[in-house]
Design a protein around this ligand. Structure first.
Ligand code: NAG
Ligand code: NAG
Length: 367
């Protein structure tokens, strides 16, 4: 039999062993504590759960790899965490900054810190050294500064979203090295400069959402080499030059938004016989006739070419389109009769043109 003293000693040893087993890597614990210290979240009490030494257990928004017990995901989305804290029903709000200590979590696979409205400061530059990252989602905050210029080092990155922040500077050229990227969303920032010529290297991209920035220069033709791209939104920038004809030859492109730019030249024929069903080219400097290129493959839930300098008649071939749910041709210089297939549309779809006539506008004058 053990003496009481030995028993106590044994107990002490066992509890030390178990508490070490239930603690995360000290450097990761320290990094998380630094992250907590640089953020403030008054409503939900998220950081009240960040206590003790086992950051892998019951720390809201932190999860670890089961085998290695290394921190793998940080997932703090406003509005989704408070259910465990029934007392707080206020909208999510978090202020402060993301500590660069986050880069000591070297096995991180995802960082999702979204919709807190108040988190500011720069995206830590060192983030591009986290080589296991698959997801960066920082949308809906007040992040400023530039996209880290060597972001292209993140070879496994699938998803990059920094939408709805106040990010400035250009799209780094290295971004075209993110060849695993499937989802890019940089909407509504203050990003300027050109879309990199090599954008088409992002072969796995399904959605490219770049609207609401200050991008200028041409639309790189290389975009049309992205075979899986289904949704391209470049609207509300200052892009100029022609619309590449090749955009209409992309196999799965369904949504194309180029509205509110300075695009000029003619509307490429190819766009009307493509798989694009949601097309917005409004508020540009497009000129010439509307191409007479509608056909059985033209299927539009929405087609908006308003606010351009288009002239001539509404093409006859529009009668052979498979479907036109909504169309806006207003604020151009079009002239001539409105084809019957469009007479279900509102008069506002045709207003402010040179001399369109017929239902839903006034009847055409017989010559
Ligand atoms: C892209 O990656 C290649 C190969 O690693 C590298 O040589 C090149 O400098 C990178 N491009 C940019 C713009 O970072
Ligand atoms: C097309 O874009 C313009 C300008 O950005 C916008 O006002 C309009 O609502 C859009 N059209 C459709 C059908 O969504």
């Amino acid at each position: 039999m053990f003496s009481p003293l030995t028993a106590l000693l044994l107990l002490a040893i066992i509890s030390t062993v178990t508490s070490t087993a239930n603690s995360c890597l000290p450097s990761e614990l320290k990094a998380l504590q630094a992250i907590k210290a640089s953020l403030r979240e008054p409503n939900d009490g998220i950081f009240n759960s960040w206590t003790g030494t086992d950051c892998c257990h019951n720390w809201l928004g932190v999860s670890c790899d089961e085998n290695t017990r290394r921190v793998a995901d940080i997932n703090l989305r406003a509005g989704t965490l408070y259910t465990t804290f029934e007392k707080a029903r206020k909208p999510g709000y978090m202020t402060g900054q993301i500590s660069p200590e986050i880069c000591k979590l070297t096995k991180l696979s995802s960082i999702t810190i979204t919709d807190w409205n108040g988190i500011s400061g720069e995206i830590p530059k060192c983030i591009s050294s986290l080589s296991f990252l698959r997801i960066i989602d920082l949308a809906g905050n007040r992040f400023s500064g530039n996209i880290p210029s060597d972001i292209g080092k993140l070879r496994h990155l699938n998803r990059l979203s920094i939408a709805d922040n106040v990010i400035t500077g250009g799209i780094p050229r290295s971004l075209t090295n993110l060849t695993s990227l499937t989802h890019l969303d940089i909407r509504n920032n203050r990003i300027s400069g050109y879309i990199p010529m090599g954008f088409g290297r992002l072969q796995y991209l399904g959605r490219a959402l770049l609207s609401g920035n200050q991008l200028h220069g041409p639309i790189p033709g290389s975009i049309s080499r992205i075979k899986r791209l289904s949704d391209l939104d470049l609207s509300r920038n200052q892009l100029s030059g022609p619309i590449p004809e090749s955009l209409g030859l992309m196999s799965v492109l369904g949504t194309l938004k180029l509205d509110t730019n300075k695009l000029s030249g003619m509307i490429p024929k190819s766009l009307f016989g493509s798989g694009i069903s949601d097309l917005n080219l409004s508020h540009n400097l497009l000129e010439g006739n509307i191409p007479d290129a509608f056909g059985g493959r033209s299927y539009f839930t929405s087609l908006d070419i308003s606010y351009n300098n288009l002239k001539g008649p509404i093409p006859k071939s529009i009668s052979s389109a498979a479907y036109i749910g909504y169309m806006d041709l207003s604020h151009n210089h079009l002239c001539g009769p409105i084809p019957k297939v469009l007479d279900h549309l509102d008069a506002s779809s045709f207003e402010v043109n040179d001399c369109l006539c017929g239902k839903p506008l006034e009847a055409c004058k017989k010559k």
